[in-house]
Structure formats: C-alpha cells, structure tokens
Design a protein around this ligand. Sequence first.
Ligand SMILES: *Cc1c(COP(=O)(O)O)cnc(C)c1O
Length: 402
Amino acid sequence: MTTSAELIEMSERRSAHNYHPLPVVIHEAHGAWVTDVDGKRYLDCLSGYSSLNFGHGHPKIIEAARTQLERLTLTSRAFYHDQFAQFCAGLGDLTGKDMILPMNTGAEAVETAIKVARKWGYEVKGVEPDQANIIVMEGNFHGRTTTIVSFSTDPEAHDNYGPYTPGFRLVPYGSAEAIRRAVDANTVAVLVEPIQGEAGVLVPPDGYLSEIRELCTAQGILMVADEVQSGLGRTGQTFACDFEGVVPDIYILGKALGGGVVPVSAIAADREILGVVQPGQHGSTFGGNPLACAVGIAVIELLNTGEFQARAAKLGEVLHARLRELVGKGVVEVRGRGLWAGIDVDPNLATGREVSKALLARSVLAKDTHGSTIRLAPPIVVSEEDLIWAVSQLADALYALS
Ligand SMILES: *Cc1c(COP(=O)(O)O)cnc(C)c1O
C-alpha cells in the first residue's frame, strides 16, 4: 500500500506547485467528517472554501447526481435537455431574477458578469465605445483568470501576469464614499463581495451594501454582487446581501451551487440586463449541462426549505460566542457571519499556517488566508457538539503555541 508520505511526495513531484496543501491525504468523507488514507478522521472546517455547505455526500444531492449520471450527462447547449428549464426557473426564483446564465467555475461567472455589464453599458446605458469602467474593491478575490487578476491587489495573485486588462478602478473596501468619487459617465458596474472571503472574512460596515445599492440606482450603474463564497446559506441567509435587504442587479453564484459534486456557477439578472446577450455572443461547452443542472436543482431544493439558512444562523451564534471568548487568549479579532469566521491570531504567537498545522494535528481541517488569519467554515450539517469541540481544539492549539 502507498503511504500518505509517498502520495504527498509523488503529488509534489508531478504537479505544479500552485498550492501548498496541508500534509493530509483524504480518502473519504461523509457529512462534516473526512477520513485520510490512514483511517484518521478530521472535522472539515473549510468545506472546500464553502463549496460543501450541505456537507460531503448529502443524500439528496448524491441521489440527484447518481440518477442523472446514469441517464444523461452532457448535450452541450446546441440542444435543450430536460433538466435545464427547472434549473433556470429554480435559480431564478431563489434569486428573484428573470434570467440565468449558467457557467461552471466562479471565475467564469465573474467573467460573464463583467462581459454582460460592459455590453449593457454600451447597448443600454450608451457608454462611449471601449470606455466602460467597473469599480472594484481593494482586497478583492474574484478568481484567477487574466482579466480578474488584472484588478487583484494581492501581489501573489497579480504579479507577472501582465499585460493587464484595463477598465477597472480600485477603491478601498467598506467605503461607499470612495465608490461615489470613482464613478464617472463611463462607469457601468460596481463589483463587490458582500463579505470579502479570501481577504479574511471581512464584513463591511453596516449600511455599506445599501449605500452601494442607492448609489448604483441613482447613477444608473449595475450593482454586481459576487456571492460565490458568501451565498447559498453560509452566512445564515440565502445571500449575504439579504442582511441589508439589498438586491443587486446581478448575482454571481458558484461553489456550493455544485453541491460539492461538480462545478456549477451562474449569474442571475433581470431581462433588461441579461437580455443583451444574444446567440453566439457568450457561452460554455459545459455550462448548464444535465449533470450540473440536476445537482443544482437538488441544491436549490435544499435551500428552498430554509433549514440550512436557519441552521447556519443558529450554529453561527454558537461559533461566534465561543470564538469571542478566545479574544485576548491568542486571538486578536474575530469577524464573520453565520457559520463563517475569520480569526486573526496574534502574529507574535504563530502564523496562520502554523495554527492550521496545529489544528490538523488535533483532527480539525482549517486553512489560513493571509498572514495570521485562520478561516473556519464547517459544513452547515456539522453538529453543535462537533462545532464546540472544534473551537476547543483551536483554544488548545493556541494555548500550546503560547
Ligand atoms: C472562489 C471564489 C471565486 C472563484 O471561483 P472558482 O470556482 O475558484 O473560479 C470567485 N469569487 C469569490 C468571492 C470566490 O470566493
């Protein structure tokens, strides 16, 4: 049998080093727990960056996938298939939007939103040819394509990938005033994460999203919310924008939309906006395929019960109450909403990576973001007992490092 150390060595030898995984080789997973090749169990507190909101192998998602897998998996959009209508209608109803444009990955959905906003700008708003600009936020994370990394402020994501795509204006996250100052006649959209995930689960000041909404409406600009990580139950609401009762013009969705099974992403918008895309003007071979739609329908049905949102809200209170107790005990600050927390560890104590490793040794899978920040985002199906146990492991790990 191949040992875990051998599998890691072989993986490093034959794969590009664009990730720096924690030294665990996962073999199997159910619900909130994963098992490695040696049979050791870990509580998953990353959930595939919130792709596994409903847990590993949720029976309804797996059942939908299995049934579809045996019947029809791919047609391309050259033809209709029998899962497509229900997926679009379901996601349209969930977002309250007229139309859906399905893609696969989050980055592709962000690219789609950028293209649609520009096209809308030229064809509906009347922006001068090739002059459209989109206001984006410092600290953003929207994916890894060349256009998207062009406006990343993270040197690792950005540097040496030029020449960069023009047409983006960076402003500080959390200041509606900064957006107001950046707007001009050629501004077509404001692209914002309602909570910045990769930046360290940064929750903007109260009123920020509503101010963006008002500003966009007043100026005739599209508000585009990247809910790829914040959406679909994670925060205790269906969308993080719901906390301010804000409805963006375009929702960007991904990650959990694929139920942890297949990549499924989409943008949702009303007809005045998405109607600008005509046949041949945008597409994807795999976007909206039957397997993706069947899984997406199962995810939407789970969200329609409201159970996951309610559970994330309830368990989120438990999580944040326990984490707040750690402030001053190795933790400098805790942020987040629902079952999503960014924890700034005292940098004198340890780096985020060191804390992640200490948690791994204590059977908790978590990942650092920048510097000394750890994020916790367990599957929403996690039990309250396991959640409390995970926080106690963090407390122990911090105590051991001090
Ligand atoms: C993960 C993420 C993306 C990119 O999704 P991929 O599927 O990795 O391309 C985009 N936006 C946000 C907010 C994300 O968290």
